[in-house]
Design a protein. Structure first.
Length: 426
C-alpha cells in the first residue's frame, strides 16, 4: 500500500515563508559556541605593573606559596581530594604553573588603576600596548591578554575611549594584533552603552584596516540595571541581539553588583542569592549565542595566617561555579592560582571516567545504564574537551578512555562547525 502525504509542496512553501524570519534569527543570533578554547580564569593587574615577565613571576610566586604550606598535594587534600587524585592533580598543576600560570590577563585601567590624570594614563596606555606587543613577540604573553578601560558613564567616558584608542592603535602600529586580544567594558548599565562600544571598535577597525568584527569585547555585569531595566525587561538579554557577534563574554562583578543592592560588605560573595539570580539571568540571556560566561572573584586572599582557610574557600567557590556552568572566574593574587587550578583539574578528572564511558557507549551505540540523547552527548564531549584544553587531562589519555581524538570530540561537542556553510542546519 502506498503512503499518501496530505500536505502539499505549496503548504511547505507557505510554512517556509512563515518561518523565514525565525530561520534568519537562529542563524544570525544563535550560532552556538565556536569550539575555541575558553580560559579558566582572568587575572587583573594595574596596567602599569605589567612586564613581559609578569606571568612567569606569578607562576613562581604561586608555586612558592604552595611549597610554603606543604606543597600542591597537601593543597589537594585540603580541597577534599583523595590521595590518588591529589597526586594526579598536583603533578599537572605544577606543570601548569611552570609553563602557563596565567591563561587570561587583563591590564586594568579602571578600579585597579584609578584616576592619575590624563598625561599619566596616556603614557601608561601607550606603554601597555608596547609591553603587550613585546610579550606576544617573545612568547611570554598569556594566550589571552588585553585591557579593561574606564566605563562609558559620563564622567569617565572620554577617558575610557581615549585609553582604548591609544592601546588598540599602539598594537596596530606594532604589527598584527594578538590572536587572543580581549577588551573589557566595565560597569555597563544600558544597551546603548554596548552599542556605543560597538561603534567605537567598528571605527577602530576601519581606521586601522582591520577585518570587520575583529575587535570583539567583554561586558562586565556589575549593575542591577543591566539585569532588570526600568521598563521591567532584562537589558542583558537584549545585548547579544543589539550587536550580534560582537560580544565575546559576560563577566559577573561580585562586589560592585552586591554593593549596588545594599548587601553589607561582610556578606558580599559569589554565592550570595543575589549573585546566583544575576548569573542565572546571564546564563539564560546568552544561551545559544556563543557568548561565554565568567563568574567573579573572591577578595579573601591566601596570605598571612588565613592561607589554608582562604584556599578552602577559593577551591569551593571555583568548584561551585564549574558545577553551575560557569567555566571561568577572576583571580586577584598569585596565591589564588594553586587553588584555581587544583579545584579546576579535580573537577574534570573526577568527571572524566564516567563522561568518557558514556561518550564511548553513545558513539559505539552500546546500551548502558544511561540512555544519552544527542544534546547530552554534546555536553559530555564539551566537558571532556574543556578538560583537555585547560590541561586537566591529556589527549592520549582521553583517546584511550573515549576512543575519540580531538577532532572527533570537537565535532561531537560542536556539530554545527562540521556542517558546510549553506546547509539547512548550519
Amino acid at each position: 500500500m502506498g503512503i499518501n502525504a496530505s500536505l502539499s509542496a505549496k503548504d511547505l512553501t507557505h510554512i517556509d515563508a512563515q518561518l523565514a524570519a525565525t530561520d534568519e534569527l537562529l542563524e544570525r543570533n544563535y550560532p552556538g559556541d565556536d569550539g575555541t578554547r575558553q580560559p579558566v580564569h582572568t587575572v587583573y593587574v594595574p596596567a602599569d605593573r605589567f612586564t613581559p615577565g609578569f606571568a612567569a613571576d606569578w607562576g613562581a610566586r604561586a608555586l612558592a606559596a604552595a611549597d610554603a604550606h606543604g606543597g600542591l598535594e597537601r593543597l589537594g587534600t585540603l580541597l577534599g581530594q583523595d590521595p590518588e587524585l591529589a597526586h594526579a592533580v598536583a603533578t599537572r598543576v605544577a606543570a601548569k604553573l611552570g609553563s602557563e600560570p596565567i591563561e587570561d590577563l587583563r591590564l586594568d585601567f579602571e578600579d585597579g588603576y584609578g584616576d592619575r590624570g590624563d598625561d599619566a594614563e596616556d603614557a601608561a596606555a601607550v606603554a601597555a600596548a608596547a609591553a603587550v606587543a613585546a610579550a606576544v613577540a617573545d612568547g611570554s604573553a598569556p594566550p589571552f591578554i588585553g585591557i579593561r578601560f574606564k566605563c562609558f558613564e559620563a564622567p569617565t567616558r572620554a577617558r575610557g575611549l581615549r585609553t582604548l584608542d591609544l592601546f588598540v592603535s599602539g598594537l596596530a602600529a606594532a604589527g598584527e594584533l594578538p590572536e587572543g586580544l580581549v577588551l573589557t567594558l566595565p560597569k555597563v548599565t544600558t544597551v546603548a552603552q554596548v552599542q556605543a562600544m560597538d561603534f567605537a571598535v567598528s571605527r577602530l577597525e576601519e581606521i586601522h584596516s582591520l577585518p570587520a568584527g575583529r575587535l570583539r569585547f567583554e561586558v562586565q555585569v556589575e549593575t542591577p540595571q543591566l539585569i532588570l531595566g526600568p521598563d521591567g525587561t532584562s537589558p542583558v538579554a537584549q545585548l547579544p541581539h543589539a550587536v550580534p557577534g560582537r560580544i565575546s563574554a559576560l563577566h559577573y562583578g561580585t562586589y560592585d553588583y552586591s554593593a549596588s543592592l545594599q548587601i553589607s560588605a561582610e556578606y558580599q560573595s559569589m554565592e550570595h542569592p543575589v549573585a546566583d539570580y544575576a548569573k542565572e539571568v546571564m546564563q539564560l540571556a546568552v544561551a545559544g549565542t556563543g557568548i561565554r560566561l565568567s563568574d567573579g572573584s573572591t577578595n579573601v586572599i591566601p596570605v598571612g595566617d588565613g592561607v589554608l582557610d582562604a584556599w578552602r574557600l577559593h577551591g569551593r567557590l571555583v568548584r561551585r561555579s564549574l558545577e553551575r556552568g560557569y567555566y571561568q572566574g577572576w583571580d586577584l593574587h598569585p596565591a589564588q592560582l594553586p587553588s584555581r587550578f587544583a579545584a579546576t583539574y579535580a573537577f574534570y578528572r573526577q568527571g572524566l571516567p564516567a563522561a568518557a564511558a558514556r561518550l564511548r557507549n553513545y558513539v559505539e551505540r552500546i546500551e548502558g545504564s544511561v540512555m544519552d540523547e544527542p544534546a547530552t552527548a554534546r555536553a559530555l564531549a564539551a566537558f571532556v574537551l574543556r578538560g583537555v584544553q585547560c590541561g586537566a587531562a591529556g589527549t592520549e589519555e582521553v583517546r584511550q578512555l573515549t576512543g575519540l581524538g580531538l577532532p572527533q570530540l570537537t565535532t561531537l561537542a560542536h556539530p554545527r562547525l562540521a556542517q558546510p556553510a549553506g546547509s539547512p542546519n548550519h
